[in-house]
Write a protein that binds this ligand. Structure first.
Ligand code: FRU
Ligand code: FRU
Length: 491
């Protein structure tokens, strides 16, 4: 492919598979990520979307329904899955888990107070026959207060919160809830007196489901699984703002008998002397629109060193895990590769992960959205989807103008810039996400509920929005359908 004038060529990636245990980490390079800006229309005016329509979620309206009936703020959400990411109803009820917080808090205060809650609804009803808000009933919190704080040796935390993960169901109704267990240690002014502590954890309970509703029991113990090691995954000593969270487990037909986990990490360098390499930049030989390693390392881009981690279970109960090297790094590209997941289709392995516009490194720009990479194995030389950029589905954004923030969007931004985040790709290419902010600087509303589900057509190294799905591409609000049924007798 010819480079867009003024922009570099993306890095060549082979998609070649390596053994999961090999010391090979694929790179989402600066040359790749520069394709994001290369596909942005430099002439898009104030409040217009500058990104290609085929990679952009259609604009969501401000009059969205609230799935919790004003009970809680809702954001990151995950279904009840098996080891192949199939989504289950249990005895006729679909079940999802969400991060929730008290609506008395401002939506931006949610992270320190997050709890894992759950919702259920009758299975098997087409989206257009459901209530507009998706028809979910809020079931409450999974854990009693105090349960998830017990794993921390230092009990002097001021905030103890539950962050994202994934939920695996077995035939007997047992649920393994993998999640992120977090403690904050702060003073009266909200300043950290010591770095926050973020660990990957497991709690095992049971689901009880019938026509009347769904109850969860037994989530009264937490087993710590992994702490950032400082070798492959940056820890608090290297950076007090390290990212280490969002476990997602799966099996790989190429390695029967093993269970793997992907999660969000950072490259294990000290924050203040992190360095990116020529390979992280990824420019081809003779590239005339490249940068030097020195330029990039002096630009501040080294503060953004996200990675996607891999771990392997050491026992069948999935209570013991070991780290493997990261499968993807985004050094000098972005600091957050959140909620990673592996999606398999047509013999290919797709790695999806979400990233914010605000976490891209100096010199890189791209929308809030879900980014995708394809390869021939869980560890491979991943090819970023869509013109080599990595963008799978973005919110409508104008890269010619500043972002602002969800609580103060830039005057010139498209009203949909913060309409969706924390996308999760479901069987059949359906994608759910939550609403953060919809509207322009002078007229916006905050979300705190799930947005409309959309569908991606995923094929080879491309993913495009299916505009024939739902209403011009927008499906039902909070629509997370099961594609499998579980019937169990336990009441
Ligand atoms: C279920 C499934 C999942 C996989 C996805 C890929 O139908 O096969 O196991 O993640 O679909 O299409
Ligand atoms: C994504 C995210 C996750 C994290 C959670 C915390 O929206 O940042 O990575 O687990 O939100 O609220």
């Amino acid at each position: 492919t010819d480079a867009v004038p003024g922009f570099p060529q993306p890095t060549e990636h082979t998609q070649k598979a390596y053994s999961p245990t090999d010391n090979f980490t694929s790179r989402w390079t600066r040359a790749d990520a520069k394709q994001l800006k290369a596909m942005s229309d430099p002439d898009a005016g104030s409040r217009e979307n500058s990104m290609p329509t085929e990679y952009t979620m259609p604009t969501v309206s401000q009059d969205f329904p609230d799935m919790s009936n004003e009970k809680v703020w809702v954001w990151d959400t995950w279904p009840l899955i098996d080891e192949n990411a199939n989504q289950y109803s249990v005895n006729g009820q679909e079940i999802i888990f969400s991060l929730v917080a008290d609506r008395k808090l401002g939506f931006d205060e949610r992270h320190q107070y997050a709890r894992i809650g759950y919702f259920y609804r009758p299975a098997g009803i087409p989206a257009d026959e459901r209530p507009e808000d998706g028809g979910w009933t809020y079931g409450g919190q999974v854990f009693d207060e105090g349960v998830t704080g017990k794993i921390f040796e230092d009990q002097s935390f001021t905030h103890q919160t539950q962050w994202s993960g994934s939920a695996r169901v077995s035939k007997n109704g047992e649920i393994k809830l993998f999640f992120t267990d977090v403690a904050f240690y702060r003073d009266k002014d909200g300043q950290d007196v010591k770095p926050y502590d973020s660990r990957i954890a497991l709690s095992v309970g049971h689901v009880h489901s019938n026509k009347k509703g769904v109850k969860l029991t037994g989530f009264n113990k937490v087993k710590e699984l992994l702490q950032a090691d400082g070798k492959n995954y940056q820890n608090a000593a290297q950076n007090s703002y390290y990212n280490f969270r969002d476990p997602f487990t799966f099996v790989d037909p190429a390695h029967p008998g093993e269970t793997y986990m992907v999660f969000e990490g950072n490259s294990a360098m000290d924050r203040d002397d992190a360095k990116c390499t020529a390979e992280d930049l990824g420019y081809r030989e003779g590239e005339t629109n490249g940068e030097t390693v020195d330029q990039v390392n002096k630009s501040g881009a080294t503060y953004q060193i996200g990675n996607v981690g891999l771990a392997r279970a050491k026992n069948k109960a999935l209570t013991e895990w070991e780290f493997l090297p990261p499968i993807l790094s985004a050094n000098c590209v972005t600091d957050q590769t959140e909620r990673p997941q592996i999606y398999m289709q047509d013999g290919k392995y797709y790695l999806f992960t979400i990233s914010h516009r605000s976490t891209f490194a100096t010199g890189i720009d791209g929308p809030e959205g879900v980014y995708g990479f394809v390869g021939n194995g869980i560890r491979s030389d991943y090819q970023p989807l869509n013109r080599g950029s990595g963008l799978a589905l973005g919110s409508p954004t104008n890269l010619n103008f500043a972002a602002g923030s969800p609580f103060a969007p830039d005057y010139n931004q498209h009203p949909g810039q913060f309409q969706a985040y924390s996308h999760y790709v479901m069987p059949g290419g359906l994608v759910q996400s939550f609403i953060d902010t919809i509207g322009t600087k002078d007229n916006f509303v905050r979300g705190g509920t799930l947005g409309p589900t959309v569908k991606l057509n995923i094929k080879g190294d491309s993913a495009t929005v299916d505009y024939s799905y739902g209403n011009n591409g927008l499906g039902g609000w909070a629509d997370i359908p099961a594609n499998r049924e579980l019937k169990n007798k336990k009441k």
